[in-house]
Design a protein around this ligand. Structure first.
Ligand SMILES: [Zn+2]
Length: 386
């Protein structure tokens, strides 16, 4: 078979895997929707299956196809016509697109499935934080355990393992205190740096939170944010954590200032009637969808059986303005967004850190070290024997 055909085969396979990653992302996004609504309410994510929150009817598999079903049914229940929040579809689409771009960027490498799990956890944490100011322990502590396992499994192929190599180039190569760590096998080195980075990430945010409390006398960071940084430290490494903190503060202030300006220009108070149902479709989030316009009469009529003892709906009148919303906007989503960016560009960040921070400082030292530590892109097995 001529080589041209091989190339064609590989190109076809690329398209196949690209579509597969998009579809997988949409399915995972659909599952994340379930988690986002049920985990903060401490309900099972398996039972019951998908059902309409209005009429309680079971959603058949052909009406439960991610993205497609929402578009086909135009966001309404097939049986009673109740509107579903379009956010379900947007989260499915977001996850699908992120899975696709991560596949296109990294290709089929060992680290890819691990990256995709981190992406999923970040989406999950973002939306529970927006809805309920909660980042579930399954994201933060679960993510921490997962990240430590990933570091041990991936070794120098993982993000934290790559950063460990960079850290050695930057500083640790000359540190006699840490040289015993370099005698360990690669997987243990990556694991050790992952553990250390988790502690550093945790300590970093704990310090920022303490500083915020002293300076502004208000709780800027929640415990969830601090635990989230322990997870990010373990997966991305301590140096990358600094980037996440820096980027999240940037995004936070840019977004904050523009919202504040927008409020000054077109600010208005919004009055909204919020119905508190036994099972609210979108929680009491600041981003409540306005599509849910069911009247109390309908609510009583279609109320699911198990709620008979409870009043079917309570009505709250909420007056809010954009400045207040901003004041209460959680910090977790900024961290998650920054972490996504750093994860996506970690190779470029490493390369630039190496070029701008290391080379101008000590050209001789670098040329000396580069004999010992191979470039980050190659498989660095030479270190093993040192
Ligand atoms: Zn229905």
């Amino acid at each position: 078979m001529p080589p041209m055909e091989y190339e064609q085969d590989i190109a076809d396979l690329g398209w196949y895997f690209a579509s597969l990653s998009f579809i997988l992302g949409a399915i995972v996004g659909s599952f994340l929707n379930v988690c986002i609504y049920r985990v903060p309410a401490k309900r099972s994510i398996v039972k019951p299956g998908s059902h309409c929150y209005q009429c309680g009817s079971h959603v058949a598999w052909y009406d439960n196809v991610p993205i497609v079903s929402y578009l086909v049914l135009r966001g309404h229940c097939r049986h009673c016509g109740a509107g579903f929040s379009s956010r379900y579809m947007w989260i499915e689409l977001l996850t699908a697109i992120l899975f696709l771009v991560f596949y296109l960027k990294f290709g089929l490498i060992w680290a890819l499935p691990f990256h995709l799990i981190v992406v999923s956890l970040l989406i999950f944490g973002t939306f529970t934080d927006i809805d309920h100011y909660i980042i579930a322990d399954s994201v933060t502590l679960g993510g921490l355990v997962f990240a430590l396992g990933a570091a041990a499994f991936l070794g120098f192929r993982g993000v934290v393992g790559q950063e460990w190599l960079l850290a050695q180039e930057l500083y640790l190569q000359t540190d006699p205190f840490l040289s015993p760590a370099r005698a360990l096998p690669p997987h243990w080195q990556a694991f050790a740096w992952s553990v250390a980075s988790a502690g550093l990430g945790w300590g970093l945010l704990w310090g920022v939170a303490l500083l915020g409390r002293l300076l502004f006398r208000k709780e800027a960071m929640g415990g969830g944010d601090i635990k989230l940084f322990a997870f990010l430290g373990a997966y991305l490494g301590a140096l990358n954590c600094l980037w996440v903190l820096f980027l999240s503060a940037m995004v936070g202030s840019v977004l904050g200032i523009s919202l504040l300006i927008a409020h000054r220009l077109v600010g208005r108070e919004e009055t909204e009637i919020i119905e508190l149902r036994p099972e609210p479709p979108t929680g009491n989030s600041p981003s409540d969808d306005t599509e849910i316009t069911t009247t109390s009469a309908e609510q009583t009529e279609f109320s699911p059986k198990q709620d008979q003892a409870v009043p079917s709906a309570l009505t709250l009148k909420v007056v809010r303005n954009t400045a207040q919303q901003l004041h209460h906007f959680p910090y977790g989503p900024y961290i998650a967004l920054a972490a996504l960016v750093v994860l996506f560009f970690h190779q470029e960040i490493n390369r630039h850190t190496r070029e701008y921070l290391l080379l101008p400082l000590q050209p001789e030292a670098v040329s000396h070290i580069s004999h010992i530590v191979p470039p980050l892109s190659s498989t660095p097995t030479i270190l093993r024997g040192e």
